[in-house]
Design a binder for this molecule. Sequence first.
Ligand code: ADQ
Length: 733
Amino acid sequence: MSEHFDQLLRHSPLGILCDFDGTLIPFAATPEEAVPTDPLRELVGRVSSLPNVTFVIVSGRTRDFLERNFPGISLVAEHGAFRRGQGAWEPLRDELIELAALHGRVEELIARYPNARLEQKSTGLVLHYRQLSPSEREGFVVEASSLLDSFAEKIPTFQRSESTLAFEVRPSYIRKSTAVPWVRERAGHGARLLAIGDDLTDEHMFGALEVGDEAVVVRHGDRRRTKARFEFSSPEQVVTFLREIYELRIGERARVSTLPAPVERPRNIRESVSQSLLVVSNRLPSMRSAEEGKPARVGGLVSALGPALSTRDGVWLGWNGKTIDDTEESVAVLENDFSPGLLGMDLKERWYRDYYNGFCNRVLWPLFHCFPGRVRFARKEWDAYEEVHRVFADVAVKAVDGRGTVWVHDYHLLLLAREMRARGHSGPIGHFLHIPFPPPDLFEMLPWHKEILDALLSFDLLGFHTPGFMRNFLACVGTLHPARVSDDGIEYQDRRTRTGVFPIGIFPGDYQKGETKDFQEEIDGLLRILGPARLVLGVDRLDYTKGIPERLLAFGRLLELYPEFRTKVSLVQISVPSRADVPHYAEQRQQVEEIVGRINGQYGEGHWVPVQYSYRGYQQAHLARLYRAAAVGYVTPLRDGMNLVAKEYVAAQPAEGPGVLLLSRFAGAAVELRDALLTNPYDIDGMAEDLRRALTMPLDERKDRQRKLLARVESSTAATWGEAFLSALEACR
Ligand code: ADQ
């Protein structure tokens, strides 16, 4: 454990998010009495000034209070509603919040409990009842809860929360979790974060952390569930810890000695959970944007499956993104605060290494995408793959009724039906593969191909994005397995497995909304840099299957062969970081950056930069704005299961002046989006020609293609996909 913390605390860049009340100082009778001492202010100042450390106080307190007590420190006030780096405060949302009606009624309540206190914040109200006697407290809690709940029911963007001996109402999209991506971005590329807090509002912050980050809870005698893995028992320990971090980072200390003790993980998979629908994916969907108040549109999968899960009181099982020591036991924890119910599992470090980074991402991912040269086999990784399936299956059979429906996702969980059948599950189990299925000559390279085919035939339904991937699968069974393939499915050992094509879609409306001011500024800045140059846009996870180097090279070739395009077009390539700890991905990043540098060095002129490259994620609304602004959606994977960016680009185009989708023939999306301009990303010269054709396509042709493409994107959506698969699966019953 000390090794673990030592590495984290020495990591650069390091981001530290620290709550104030109850974490940096003990609770006082009233908030006014709880002020930082001079030595604490001084320590915070010193930690904040450390190089490569971004220290941020993330508090429920008002801007005014924090600014007065911590001048010059990065701050997040009112649970995330306002944040301030070095400059002025920025609001999370640019809107005025009307609380007047509630305020009047709360004042009436407080008048009857003179020792209770009302704190008015710019985005909400806090009712403190710390100073009430125990008998008064009871009455107050009942009255205040019912008043606040009825208000929150009427105005759903508001919600009630409880911190220590206080109630609070504020808009539900304001949560401390919103501070986490903000701090990560401020801390800089590759940052790891440490979050320290003590109350329920801090749990949102903990829940938004990622692999490699860490959370520490300060316990005040309570034993409630927490997402933190480590704990302190008092604010004094936090202060000593900060002092030691400071000394460690300036080299005055070799180790920190106040290491927090690990919290015992809650074990609350309800033995009685017996939902009728279980969704299993390797990774649980991130609920971050749901916390920010948007409906749960957090990735197509949640939106597509959300309605089915809610109506059936279903549950979603997956990895929660955290890793634990190999010596600890992985338990499933039901995250009750969310709908659908999320059952989160930790991965042991060893599983993360051998199962996730190993067998999944260094064997199945490259092999299924037809990159055999990048595949590396190791028996212990296959063993870990099987072991994780056993652990998931143990939890899965408890989470769903024995005859309930189970929908399993993707290449991480190919063996799950086999394991669930072995544990007695008799209901329908379906699998949807989000990536391509390879042809037999590639699949056969897998030393465990027979075991995987066997296990796949324990599913009732296998879904693919395209007819080609399904044909590959059937050809593998036909050539490598004794099962009988017929028109009606595959028969093997008294079981029948059906196969089907279910092309995934998006929610087109999400990319067609009017623009809100919040989202414009950042993108406007980017577009301003481009000046009058037309925009060619690439958006992907940074992955070698996406063909980013080839795309850049073809753009360079265009500038070389057709100098008339110089200063007239710019390529914006946005790559969201992905699997950075797998070596091929780190290499890919370097290669991309080198090519960008070369093209810019060779062709750039005074005010024109040929390629703008950004290595980060953007919000959906930002992407939509960029898609709309782009003359060419440059979507050229070397191979892809579907590729949703292609569909998002189409959905966002303005009807009157649409851009052109230049799409790789090797994306699953090319099967449906035949009216895109199709290109071969392996042929750099050819792709440069296709790019020229896209940039010079007459308006009539663009409109004609766009009309047909949009009709397709709007008729085959995320919702139709989810419904089609589930009804086919339930028909297998
Ligand atoms: P992915 O390989 O992740 O998915 P894709 O379908 O393109 O690929 O989805 C990427 C999603 O991430 C899109 O919704 C896109 O908007 C978003 N995204 C990409 N770059 C981003 C950035 N810089 N900032 C923010 N968001 C970004 C796998 C398969 C695909 C298959 C999907 C769904 O590999 O082939 O289409 O699953 O089945």
